[in-house]
Design a protein around this ligand. Sequence first.
Ligand code: SF4
Length: 233
Amino acid sequence: MDSLAPAIVTLPQAGPLQAINEEAIGIKGFLETSFVDWPGKVASVLFLSGCNFRCPFCHNHSLVENPDGHEDIPLPYIMARLADLEGWVDGVCISGGEPRLAVKLDTNGSRPRLMQSLVEQGLVDCVAMDIKAPLDEMSYAAAAGVAVDLDAIQQSISLLKQGKIEYYFRTTVVPALHKGEDLLHIAHHLSGSSSLTLFSPADPLDQRLKGTSPYPEEWLQEMQERIASILHQ
Ligand code: SF4
């Protein structure tokens, strides 16, 4: 997962911000401007609460495990700030936005039908999907912290690879969970995709990971280059 945006799966059913409001999904965080959450764009980022995964490296675990410990940010306040930011930001990351703003969703890919619905209705412009591990049950469950329906993950991958909208795959890399061969395996699985970006975790959910060192930046860079060559073979 990337350095700021959570892979929230409680995506709105329809109508971006309005849907969030109607479904009483708490908006727990609002980052007005980010230069890293949507490559090439300046984005505002909404942080929603709740997730059906429990990735050991999750750095949004407070929102995942203790959403009631964070106050909801009123939607009118966010809408007013987005209006003020018009012209400064290109889009809103996760969900919602003014009709004139683009919308990017960050997701763990476990709800392909919802993703498909959002894409077909034109409610999203970009999707960033986490690929937690090679697509075998043991690896994925270890990296997601729960058993995962891999058919759903595969459906989401296939949907995005159709290329109807801009998309990114990304993997948070943890030495305890991922070996280099795992990353290459993922890359082969995603062959033909536009990109797979690697990240090191920050402030992980699992306390046992807090004391462990991430892979060196040079190693990640080398893996990134090998992955790029596999994706574009
Ligand atoms: S890292 Fe895992 S647990 Fe955390 S928000 Fe993303 S999918 Fe959910």
